[in-house]
Design a protein around this ligand. Structure first.
Ligand code: ATP
Ligand code: MG
Length: 484
């Protein structure tokens, strides 16, 4: 069909549309006699060569839902079309991608909601409602404009100079949908782009509008920032614009260096960001990265100055672990084993350091492995990331100390298997031996055996443990049942 409007063709990007799906969407558009475009993330990421796309967004000038249905009809595997009638959108899965269809639309916003009033519109209207110039790029999918780029806001130029910029007045764009403030910072972090000055000022001005955004949306963006190569970029932007103090005040509370009588402590906020960047070089695990971000949050409420010893943060690990629960609850992060894992790492975050401060004894290492269990490797990764000293000698010394701990961990674990500790003598065996019912004594005997193993007084073996059981039983006045 003839594409009606006059368009400014900057360049043709047929190469971006070599996937079969685009031919099929093109065919469906011709059959329905409507215009369609691929828009947003797919186009951006293709030009940035960001690897295989997970989703594709299609705009139809007309009904997106009808187009989705037509595409599904043509596709050999006849996928199911999920229709979201309220939003006028539809989604289908093909070639391991999610393809979203939407009718071109015009949006107007009210003050108290990020849900706009929507009406049908032109492609222009649709590009105007996009968040950033680099996300408004569209490629034609009809026969006579296949691969033609429509770039009304010079998004290509911004891709080139790595700039995040809104298509319209930033105050309008951010105030209309404040989630875009987080998206700006997230894209700047993921793509290593700069947010244009006007935009950054506008985010700062509009920061309190973030309060109308649901916690789930906020954490979704925080997760994406967290999973970037250098999360500190995002967190310092959040900090600079004042958003962090609204979203994660526990972190901004860590900022600052106090000095009394010439004694200073380090700035725990900037230290934390370094730790997160460090750990991100060694793990892609989202929750381990969260543990790094939160490992010192207990330091703000526990900070004290003592004339003799200077600054202390006594019990900050325990207080921090409790704060993790509150923070997860407030942000609607999962309150399941993920939260418990983060709490555990925060709680134990000083343990490996405490070991290397003294002589690294077998029993200290054994206790560490016992308490950390399956998470011991992650805990070590966190502690190594925690080394942010700028003194090269100290840096080397700390890392070497942790190497010693790791070697010792291996030796001890091979010998004593305390990582997944199973008591070598069971409660049943104790009851059977002394002919007793469930009672306090059983707990005492089990605890004695566990302690002896962790202290290295007996090996983690049944025979040795049984002997200790008999000895302890005798001390407790228990008699061995005589077998007849
Ligand atoms: P990614 O999928 O990597 O997060 P994306 O750019 O594809 O990046 P999506 O959230 O999938 O982001 O959204 C697809 C497109 O929809 C964006 O490119 C943008 O054009 C538009 N968009 C998404 N969210 C908004 C928003 N809050 N305001 C304006 N436009 C948006
Ligand atoms: Mg996308």
């Amino acid at each position: 069909m003839e594409v009606s409007k006059e368009i400014k063709v900057v360049k043709n990007y047929k190469g971006a549309l070599s996937h079969n799906i685009f031919r099929i969407i093109s065919q469906a558009s011709e059959e329905l006699e409507l215009e369609s475009y691929v828009i947003g993330g797919y186009v951006r990421d293709h030009i940035l060569k960001r690897g295989a796309p997970k989703d594709i967004d299609i705009v139809a000038v007309g009904s997106g839902i009808e187009l989705a249905k037509k595409v599904a009809e043509i596709l050999p595997h006849k996928p199911k079309v999920q229709v979201f009638k309220n939003y006028g959108t539809a989604m289908l899965r093909a070639y391991e991608m999610e393809i979203e269809f939407v009718g071109a639309r015009k949006e107007s916003y009210r003050k108290d909601s990020r849900n706009p009033i929507v009406e049908d519109g032109s492609l222009d209207d649709d590009q105007n409602r996009r968040d950033f110039t680099i996300n408004a790029l569209a490629l034609g999918l009809n026969e006579n404009n296949f691969g033609n780029l429509l770039d009304p806001f010079d998004g290509i130029e911004d891709l080139d100079s790595k700039i995040i910029k809104t298509p319209l007045d930033p105050d309008l764009t951010y105030s209309d949908d404040p989630l875009r403030m987080l998206r700006a910072i997230r894209f700047a972090t993921q793509l290593n782009f700069k947010i244009e000055k006007e935009s950054l000022n506008s985010i700062t001005r509009n920061k309190s509008r973030i309060k109308i955004i649901s916690k789930e949306r906020i954490t979704e963006e925080l997760h994406k920032i967290m999973l970037a190569e250098k999360p500190s970029k995002g967190f310092s932007l959040l900090h600079k614009t004042g958003l962090l103090a609204i979203v994660l005040p526990e972190l901004t509370d860590l900022e600052g260096i106090d000095e009394i009588e010439g004694q200073k402590h380090k700035d725990n906020f900037w230290h934390t960001l370094e730790v997160v960047d460090n750990i991100s070089k060694n793990t892609d695990d989202l929750w381990l990265r969260w543990a790094a971000l939160l490992h010192d949050i207990g330091k703000a409420p526990t900070k004290k100055f003592h004339k003799k010893i200077g600054w202390t943060f006594h019990g900050h690990e325990f207080v921090g672990a409790k704060m993790v629960y509150k923070l997860f609850k407030r942000l609607r992060l999962p309150l399941n084993e993920k939260m418990k894992y983060v709490q555990k790492l925060v709680l134990m975050s000083s343990r490996p350091i405490a070991i290397v401060d003294n002589d690294v004894t077998d029993s200290a290492v054994r206790r560490l492995i016992f308490d950390a269990g399956e998470d011991i490797e992650d805990l070590m990764t966190l502690c190594e990331a925690d080394i942010t000293t700028k003194n090269p000698n100290r840096f080397k010394k700390y890392h070497n100390n942790f190497k010693v701990v790791r070697t010792k961990m291996k030796e001890v674990e091979e010998r004593d298997h305390v990582r997944q500790f199973q008591p070598p003598v069971s409660g049943e065996e104790i009851m059977e031996t002394f002919n007793i019912k469930p009672s306090r004594e059983i707990g005492i005997i089990k605890e004695t055996i566990k302690e002896a193993i962790l202290e290295g007084e007996i090996p983690n073996e049944h025979q040795a443990a049984r002997e200790l059981m008999l000895k302890k039983g005798k001390e407790l006045g228990l008699e061995v049942k005589v077998k007849l």
